[in-house]
Design a protein around this ligand. Structure first.
Ligand SMILES: N[C@@H](CCC(=O)N[C@@H](CS)C(=O)NCC(=O)O)C(=O)O
Length: 268
């Protein structure tokens, strides 16, 4: 039996849950409370030394990195294949899967420089914040979190995130101009891999990032969300109140995000 260590609202956990649902595979879940830092408990760090979710365990095999997990999950059965059959499309899919490392970092930046930053600063003292950051296993992740909480949208991380996201939107738009999914008529691994990231941006109230320049991204998001795999991956895990709070926080911060985005686009 597969065991997935995951988090309710974690984007890369949702990404794997979507893949498991698309493949219609049985799995056991171990939910970690990220706000309580359970991802940095010594027992979990033995599975995932970076102190992050998701982690998939299949008997004696431990798989980390959500894109690697997705590809592994796809290979577990020949039914409902997500990897395209065409060799070039497979190579292009793997490029998207590799880009997901940067894309995840960009989504983390947009989350913790805006809504999560506000929620954390409003609910925790400086000492509590520092104690929580000090528990993070990976010093690079801890330094980034400290930077985002200190600087918000002024952080240089935000421009790096915009660079990654603009490329993602542009490449998605180009692919989706002539076809419903990234690799044609068939929903595939690349669609599965990107959905949770674009979904998070929408929950952060940032849909205007694509509405004018790359509108096919919005159509693709709506079509992806209408698949049963999306409901399976999200409905049991999303707290509607927390979700509404995230959207309201994002809407309030949108003018600040837009100002930075416009500055970024103008400089290109
Ligand atoms: N590149 C990794 C990123 C994993 C990651 O950063 N996961 C986040 C949740 S989406 C996490 O566990 N964060 C814990 C923390 O920030 O302390 C992957 O795709 O699996």
């Amino acid at each position: 039996m597969l065991t997935l260590y995951h988090g309710n609202t974690s984007v890369c956990s949702a990404k794997v849950r979507i893949g498991l649902a698309e493949k219609r595979l049985e799995w056991d879940g171990v939910l970690l409370n990220l706000a309580k830092n359970e991802q940095n408990d010594p027992a979990y760090l033995k599975l995932n030394p970076n102190g992050v979710v998701p982690t998939l365990v299949d008997d004696d095999l431990i798989v980390v990195e959500s894109s690697v997990i997705l590809e592994y999950v796809d290979e577990l059965s020949a039914e409902n294949p997500l990897m395209p059959a065409d060799r070039k499309a497979r190579a292009r899919t793997r490029v998207w899967l590799t880009r997901c490392i940067d894309i995840h970092a960009a989504i983390n930046t947009m989350t913790f420089s805006t809504v999560m930053r506000q929620q954390i600063l409003a609910s925790k003292s400086a000492e509590e914040i520092e104690a929580s950051i000090a528990k993070m296993a990976n010093p690079a992740t801890a330094a980034k979190r400290r930077n985002l909480l200190e600087n918000g949208l002024r952080s240089a991380e935000v421009m790096a995130a915009f660079f990654t996201l603009r490329r993602m939107f542009d490449d998605m738009q180009q692919a989706l101009e002539t076809q419903p999914w990234l690799f044609g008529a068939q929903y595939s691994l690349a669609d599965t891999a990107l959905l949770a990231y674009v979904d998070r941006l929408e929950r952060l109230g940032m849909q205007q990032l694509w509405v004018d320049r790359t509108p096919r991204v919005g159509d693709w998001l709506a079509a992806s969300r209408s698949r049963p795999s999306f409901a399976a991956a999200y409905d049991p895990y999303i707290d509607p109140q927390a979700d509404a709070k995230m959207r309201a926080g994002g809407d309030a911060l949108w003018p600040d995000v837009k100002r930075q985005w416009d500055r970024f686009i103008a400089a290109r």
